[in-house]
Design a protein around this ligand. Sequence first.
Ligand code: ADP
Length: 259
Amino acid sequence: GLRIDFIDSKYSVEEKKIKYIGVISGKGGVGKSTVSANLAKAMQRLGKKVGVIDADIYGSSLPSIFKLPIEPLSTTEDDEIIPADADGIQVISPEFFMPKNQPLMWRGPMLGKLLTHFFENVVWDDEIEVIIIDLPPGTGDVPLDIHTFVPDAKMILVTTPHPNASHVALKAGLGAKEMGHEIIGVVENMSYYYNEAAKSKDFIFGEGGAKLVTDALNVPLLIQIPINQPLNKDSYLFSLEDMNGKLYLSLAKEILSKF
Ligand code: ADP
């Protein structure tokens, strides 16, 4: 009897397999966190229950993008973390656990431990279907750690159109590929400025950055997102009715179709 129960419960866990999406970039400032957050919002609009893990430990910005107060998250009696709630999107970030304005030197080792905690001791909503992981830029230790926790995470690579950015993006992509992660494709952010008056796209940062990466990695260019003012200037979450918001909706559909 016991044995059968064990097998049954294993099956039910497998049926509810969570889709893990890692968002990576070669360097900081290209919009990786912005893409992670807006993608989460778009997937929620598509009816998914979404969680976001802020693993960009030194460049943490998700709590501010989601306008979440920086205060300790609740934990269960067993020291399990209960994520913060951003209008239905579940978010965990080291920011919630760190006293403000601590030097990075002190934070480093603690943050490493916290990440382990994030992958092993979080009580997500039962309905959670997708977990987006905002990874640190580059090819450092954290992506390696993530690989041990979620080896089947599929990756989205964010770059800007400038050749310098795409050169380092390629390195990050090759690193992820080497670890055996499928790269779903490339998001080119800040691709162009949409000139409302002329109804034309101005490629102010140059062109072809993403193509360099997609060609070398043999993956698709998923979308080009223009430079745009968000509706809410402090949080950088787009309204899904905006130009960029609509782009994120189609990006979300495309990504979900890859699972
Ligand atoms: P990263 O996570 O790669 O370090 P962020 O997501 O923090 O980058 O974005 C860096 C800055 O660029 C932020 O101030 C963000 O609001 C801005 N940004 C990101 N994408 C766009 C865009 N498409 N148009 C205009 N500003 C953007």
